[in-house]
Design a protein around this ligand. Sequence first.
Ligand SMILES: Cc1ncc(COP(=O)(O)O)c(C=O)c1O
Length: 374
Amino acid sequence: MQFVDLGRQFEQIEQDVRRNIDAVLSSQHYIMGAQVAQLEEKLAAFSGAPYALGCSNGTDALVLLLMALGVGPGDAVFVPTFTFFSTAECVSTVGATPVFVDVDADTFNIDVVSLKAAIAATLAQGALRPRGIIPVDLFGLPADYDAIRVVADEQGLFVLEDAAQGLGGEYHGKRAGSLGDVAATSFFPAKPLGCYGDGGAVFVKDAKMAELCKSIRIHGQGTDRYDNVRLGMNGRLDTLQAAVLLAKLKVFEGEIAARNRIAALYTQALEAFIKVPRVPEGYRSVWAQYTLTAKDEGQRDTIVAQLKEKGIPVMIYYPTPLHRATAYASLGYAPGSLLVSERLAKTVFSIPMHPYLRTDEIEMITAAVKEAIR
Ligand SMILES: Cc1ncc(COP(=O)(O)O)c(C=O)c1O
């Protein structure tokens, strides 16, 4: 059994993928070929964001947006501590400082009470200027953007949606990628919409910002290709990856429905035995992960060990909240400073989740979890 079975997906889409890759090989436009623009148009339509631009990966997409927003030294950007490293790393890359915020134990997403406290503490200290918030759509579930927007507007902060895991999710009728002022996503192979290498995208709402992002994506180029008008990066999406994504986007809606069917089966089988992930009213998750919360670390470790013994792959996302990461030791966050995230890091585990899981596998997984709890 695979945690994410890309082989089964490939069986379904092989012809289309090969045809699309062949078209790139015939055109030999490996950099910014026609497939990139085709994909961008489809991604904008899919997300509801007016502009989508392909990028080299999700981390570069985040960095590119922070560069476009003019974030730099002396700026504070508020990020959840329970997320993948990139969410904070991108802030440090542009010379700004991540300020870590706790998450909600039920949704795993940024906690607005903790966010307000972090902003107030930063203002009181006076060393950093609050600039923006990067909510993460963790495990595929959008953050609470209405509540975040109120805080952002009060403080004059931008909202950068980290939709690396969230593309395909919905929040009160709107789609991930369109939920902040700007958004970034990742097409890392294991993501709900993944390519066959590294890839990502940014989503923006106005033409001026789109032009700025296009310039930064290609070394700050101006209208003349060799007149670089600002500092940028090499942040392009490969044409071959765009070709793969065009094939995958065709089956994505069906896959999202399958993920939701599988998540519902997991929840139905397990909710009486262990804490299951909660999807609030008006939200749709794309189930990048299906993550359970054990009652304590001992129970988590027992379940994980027993599942592994039975050949069921299990992952722990994430064993270290970012405020406790070695790279951020210099920021001086003490153990216990963001308690919910620290507790989650000790108690969560994720079970296999992909659209091609079979019913017998789902039954085997849920039976094994139940048995480990007994
Ligand atoms: C929440 C989050 N942000 C950012 C990233 C970075 O994406 P990438 O690996 O494509 O650079 C990832 C995925 O790896 C992620 O899960």
